[in-house]
Design a protein around this ligand. Structure first.
Ligand code: HPA
Length: 270
C-alpha cells in the first residue's frame, strides 16, 4: 500500500508542486465549493496512477489545489465510498495522499441522517466523536510504518482546538451549529429503524456512509482533524417519511450557501 501511495504521490507531483497546509473533503451540497476558490492547480483522479475513482452521480473526481483566504489547501472534490466496492485501504488512499502532499490539518464534510430527535433537516452538526463499529477499520492489514504506528490512539479524533475554531466560525457567520457523534455504516442502503434505535442507544447523533474511516486514517498519520455534517434528513424511523437520495441532495443544496460560508471561515481560522 505504501508503494501504491508513493506512486500516486509521484503522479500528482508531475502535475503540481503545490504544498497544501490543509485538506478539505467535500460532501453533498459542497460539490462546487472548489470552483469558488483561488485555484492554482487541478489534478483529475483519472490522471493519478492506481487511484480509486468515484462512481456516484453528482460526485466529481479531482483534487483542486489553491487558496481559501490565505490558507494553501488541497480539496477532494468527490470522495470514494466503501459501498462502491473499494477496499477500505483504497477508500482512505486519497486522505493519506493529502497528508503525504503536505496537509497537516483536515476538514471533513458530509451529508448525514439525523438520529438525535432534536435535529431537523438543514441543521449543521459539528462532529465531536465517531463510532465505526459498523465498518471495518481502514488500518487493518500490515501497518504502514511510514505513516503511523500499529495501535494509534483515537481518544481525540476531532481536535479540541479545531472544534473551538468551528464554534467561533459558526458564531461569526451567524449560523447555528449542533454538536454530536457521527456513526458510520457501510451503506449503500439506508439503515433500518432498529439500527437507528441502536445508534441512539450507542450515543450516536447522526449517521452516514463516509468520513469516520477517513478521520481514522488521518489520525493514524497524525493530522489534526475536524468535521461537520449537514443533517439532510431524519434517519430511518425518526419520522414516517421514507428515505430517498433526492431528499438528501435537495436539503444539501438548500443549505449549501451557509455551508460554504462556514467552511471558508473554518479553513481561514485553522
Ligand atoms: N443514513 C446514512 N447516510 C446518509 C443519510 C442517512 O439517513 N442521510 C445522508 N446520508
Amino acid at each position: 500500500m505504501y508503494k501504491k501511495l508513493a506512486a500516486c504521490l509521484e503522479s500528482v507531483r508531475k502535475k503540481t508542486d503545490f504544498r497544501p497546509k490543509a485538506g478539505l473533503i467535500l460532501g453533498s451540497g459542497l460539490g462546487d465549493y472548489a470552483d469558488g476558490i483561488d485555484v492554482e492547480a487541478v489534478v483529475e483522479y483519472t490522471e493519478i496512477e492506481g487511484f480509486p475513482v468515484s462512481t456516484v452521480a453528482g460526485h466529481k473526481g479531482r483534487f483542486v489545489f489553491g487558496y481559501v483566504e490565505k490558507m494553501p489547501v488541497v480539496i477532494m472534490q468527490g470522495r470514494v465510498h466503501f459501498y462502491e466496492g473499494y477496499s477500505m485501504p483504497d477508500v482512505v488512499l486519497p486522505t493519506r495522499l493529502m497528508g503525504m502532499l503536505g496537509a497537516e490539518k483536515l476538514m471533513l464534510t458530509n451529508a448525514a441522517g439525523g438520529v438525535n430527535e432534536s435535529f431537523r433537516p438543514g441543521d449543521f452538526m459539528m462532529i465531536t466523536d465517531h463510532i465505526t463499529t459498523g465498518v471495518i477499520s481502514p488500518l487493518i492489514g500490515p501497518n504502514i510504518d511510514e505513516l503511523g504506528c500499529r495501535f494509534p490512539d483515537m481518544s481525540e479524533v476531532y481536535s479540541r482546538r479545531l472544534r473551538e475554531v468551528i464554534r467561533k466560525s459558526a458564531a461569526k457567520c451567524g449560523i447555528e451549529i449542533k454538536e454530536g457523534v457521527y456513526v458510520q455504516f457501510t451503506g449503500p442502503n439506508y439503515e433500518t429503524p432498529a439500527e437507528i434505535r441502536m445508534c441512539r442507544m450507542w450515543g450516536g447523533d447522526a449517521v452516514g456512509m463516509s468520513t469516520a474511516c477517513e478521520a481514522m486514517a488521518a489520525r493514524h498519520m497524525g493530522l489534526e482533524v475536524c468535521g461537520i455534517s449537514c443533517i439532510t434528513n431524519l434517519a430511518a424511523g425518526v419520522s414516517d417519511v421514507k428515505l430517498d437520495h433526492k431528499e438528501v441532495q435537495e436539503t444539501a443544496d438548500r443549505v449549501s450557501t451557509d455551508f460554504k460560508k462556514l467552511v471558508t471561515e473554518v479553513i481561514a481560522g485553522m
